[in-house]
Design a protein around this ligand. Structure first.
Ligand code: PEP
Length: 251
């Protein structure tokens, strides 16, 4: 059975003191609660080391929001996978729609980043999702298939043992308009089927596929009860300890 995984994408929010406060509150909210899901927080790069120290005695794990695909060198402003490992990062979000659209990341760049992350034993949370225009044109599956095939090109099943896929319809991110559980389930099922075709049924059956897009404390339970939804990638609602922990409890 797949374990549910809830990840909080802080995006460009929270300075050091807000990081200390939010992590302390998450730990407080979680204490004494018997939760079955794994939880991950993904603060901005410069707060990772502080976050790691604060999470020392906590089951909450640490992730980054991005990484560069080179090991080191003249890449001003970039951060390498080994640097993330050195501050205790276990996960990294890759292919987020904000990076695809605002920062111009292509499927090919994302593919290089996934390869570099795996090589450094970072676990990728690989985001895919269609825009509203693509959904309305009826090309959702085509877009998702292109993103998955290109993003995972040249990577073998055994290298992907720690892969997490996050289905994040772009029209649902930060808009307050989540996909219905049925809409999300339909795409999750498609992704699992595609992964089975590219790799194997066995691998597809154990792959964790998160849903992301306006997940909140009050819609999490219904979304997470769908058979192919194995967790959530949460933006806005992860910035308050109470709502983040409610989503973890819902899982
Ligand atoms: C996200 O940015 O990954 C996300 C899902 O954001 P929100 O929950 O705010 O829609």
């Amino acid at each position: 059975m797949r374990k549910k995984i809830i990840a909080g994408n802080w995006k460009m929010n929270n300075d050091i003191s807000a990081t200390v406060n939010l992590i302390s509150e998450i730990k407080k909210e979680l204490s004494g609660k018997n939760v079955n899901a794994d939880a991950i927080v993904c603060p901005p790069f410069i707060n990772l080391e502080t976050a790691k120290a604060l999470l020392k005695d906590s089951p909450v794990k640490l992730g980054a929001q991005n990484v560069y695909f080179e090991e080191s060198g003249a890449f001003t402003g970039e951060i390498s996978p080994s640097m993330l490992k050195s501050v205790g990062c276990e996960f990294v979000i890759l292919g987020h729609s904000e990076r695809r659209t605002i920062l111009g990341e292509s499927d090919q760049i994302i593919n290089k980043k996934i390869k570099a992350s795996i090589k450094n034993l970072l676990k990728p949370i690989f985001c895919v999702g269609e825009t509203l225009e693509e959904r309305e044109k009826g090309v959702t599956f085509k877009i998702i298939e292109r993103q998955i095939r290109n993003g995972l090109e040249g990577i073998s099943e055994s290298e992907l043992e720690n892969l997490i896929v996050a289905y994040e319809p772009v029209w649902a991110i930060g808009t307050g308009k989540n996909a219905t559980p049925q809409q999300a389930q339909e795409v999750h099922q498609f992704i699992r089927g595609l992964i089975a075709k590219i790799y194997s049924q066995n691998f597809a059956d154990q792959l964790v596929i998160q849903y992301g897009g306006s997940v909140k404390a009050d819609n999490a339970k219904e979304l997470l009860s769908q058979p192919d939804i194995d967790g959530a990638l949460v933006g806005g609602a992860c910035l308050k300890a109470e709502s983040f922990v409610k989503i973890i409890e819902a899982a």
